[in-house]
Design a protein around this ligand. Structure first.
Ligand SMILES: Nc1ncnc2c1ncn2[C@@H]1O[C@H](COP(=O)(O)OP(=O)(O)OP(=O)(O)O)[C@@H](O)[C@H]1O
Ligand SMILES: [Mg+2]
Length: 322
C-alpha cells in the first residue's frame, strides 16, 4: 500500500495516542522520498516548533527542513484569511472581521470554523507555484483533531453541500469530492493497543468509512512495548519459573527484596505484553485494514531524533504492507 502516494492524508485517532508524532514522521518519510510535503496542524498547541527547533508555526507555511513545510490552521487566522482572500481590500474585510455581527455569527454558526478549516486544506491542496503553475506540494499530511472533532471536520463539507446554495454549495461539494476520492485522499488512524483506544478506533473506522465515505488506508499501532523475552529465552524463563527454581536462584544471588522486585517487574511486563497482544489481535480481527506497528521508544526526551526514529520505523512498516 502506497500511503505516501496520495495527495492528502488525514491522521486521526484518540487524544494523546501519537497523532502529531505520526503526522510529522510521515511528512519526514515523504520528504526523504523527494516529495514536497506540507504538514498541516490544526489548532493544537503544536509540538512542531519545539521538536524541529523552528520559530512558532503559524498561518503562513514555514520550512521545517528541506522538503517539509508546516502550517498551523488556527481557526481565527483561517477566518481572517478567508475574508481577506474573498474580499481582497483591507478597508472592506477589516471592518467585517471586527464587527460584532461577524463575531456573533462566527462563534455561533455550527460547523463554520470546521468548514473554513477544511476549505483552507482544500485550497492549500490546489495551490500552485507562481511561474511554473505546478502544484506547490506533492503531499499534504493533516494532523487532524482527535476522534469527535475529526468527525465534525470531515463531515462538514458534506452537510454544507446540502444546506448551502450557489457558489458556496459548489465549493463544499468540491471539498467533499476531494476528501472522498480514494485515489487522492486517505485517512490513517493512530491507536494504542489498549482497550479504550482500540474501541474508539473501531468506532471511528466505522464512521469514517460509512457515512463519511473516506478511505481508511491503515491503522498505526503506536507505542507497543517490545517483548522483554523472546523465543528460547522466553521458554527458558518459563521452565525456570516452574517450581520456583528462578525465585530461589535469584534470592540466593541477590537477596529476597531485589529478587522479588525483579520477578514482579518481569511478571508485570509479561502481563502487559499479553494484554497488548490481545487488543492488537482484536483490532486486526475486526478491521480489514493494514496495520503498522511502532514500538514504544524509551527516550529521556521526546525530540526530533525520536520523531525521526518513528519516521524510519513507519517507512519500513509501510513498505512491508502490500
Ligand atoms: N512510539 C512512541 N514511543 C514512546 N512515546 C511516544 C511514542 N509516540 C508518542 N509518544 C509520546 O506521546 C506523547 C504524545 O504524542 P503526540 O503529541 O504525538 O500525541 P497526539 O495524539 O498528537 O496528542 P493530542 O491528542 O494531545 O494532540 C509524545 O510527546 C511522546 O512523549
Ligand atoms: Mg497532537
Amino acid at each position: 500500500m502506497d500511503l505516501l502516494g496520495h495527495r492528502l492524508l488525514f491522521v486521526t485517532g484518540k487524544g494523546g495516542v501519537g497523532k502529531s508524532t505520526v503526522a510529522a514522521a510521515l511528512a519526514l518519510a515523504a520528504a526523504r522520498r523527494g516529495l514536497r510535503t506540507l504538514l498541516v496542524e490544526m489548532d493544537t498547541r503544536s509540538m512542531l516548533a519545539e521538536v524541529f527547533g523552528t520559530g512558532a508555526v503559524g498561518a503562513v507555511p514555514v520550512e521545517l527542513r528541506a522538503g517539509v513545510e508546516a502550517v498551523d490552521l488556527e481557526p481565527d487566522h483561517v477566518a481572517e484569511d478567508f475574508l481577506r482572500t474573498h474580499l481582497r481590500f483591507e478597508r472592506v474585510w477589516r471592518p467585517i472581521l471586527e464587527s460584532r455581527v461577524w463575531h456573533t455569527f462566527y462563534e455561533a454558526a455550527p460547523g463554520l470554523k470546521e468548514l473554513l478549516c477544511l476549505g483552507k486544506v482544500y485550497r492549500l491542496e490546489e495551490e500552485v507555484r507562481r511561474y511554473s503553475r505546478v502544484r506547490r506540494w506533492d503531499l499534504l499530511v493533516v494532523d487532524a483533531p482527535a476522534t469527535g472533532h475529526a468527525m465534525g471536520l470531515l463531515n462538514v463539507s458534506r452537510v454544507a453541500s446540502r444546506i448551502l446554495v450557489g457558489p458556496l454549495r459548489r465549493f463544499a461539494q468540491r471539498i467533499t469530492d476531494l476528501v472522498t476520492d480514494p485515489e487522492r485522499t486517505a485517512a490513517c488512524i493512530v491507536t494504542l493497543a489498549e482497550e479504550m483506544p482500540v474501541n474508539e478506533t473501531l468506532e471511528l473506522h466505522g464512521r469514517l468509512t460509512g457515512k463519511l465515505g473516506l478511505k481508511v488506508a491503515c491503522v498505526i499501532l503506536n507505542a507497543l512495548v517490545r517483548p522483554a523475552l523472546e523465543g528460547e529465552a522466553r521458554d527458558r524463563f518459563e521452565t525456570l519459573r516452574q517450581g520456583d527454581v528462578l525465585r530461589r536462584g535469584l534470592e540466593g544471588a541477590l537477596g529476597g527484596g531485589p529478587a522479588t522486585a525483579l520477578l514482579d517487574c518481569t511478571e508485570a511486563q509479561l502481563a502487559r505484553e499479553a494484554l497488548q497482544a490481545r487488543y492488537a489481535r482484536r483490532l486486526r480481527r475486526r478491521l480489514r485494514v493494514p496495520s503498522v506497528e511502532v514500538p514504544w521508544l524509551a527516550v529521556p526526551e521526546w525530540d526530533l531524533r525520536a520523531v525521526e526514529e518513528v519516521s524510519h520505523l513507519l517507512e519500513r512498516g509501510l513498505g512491508r504492507v502490500r
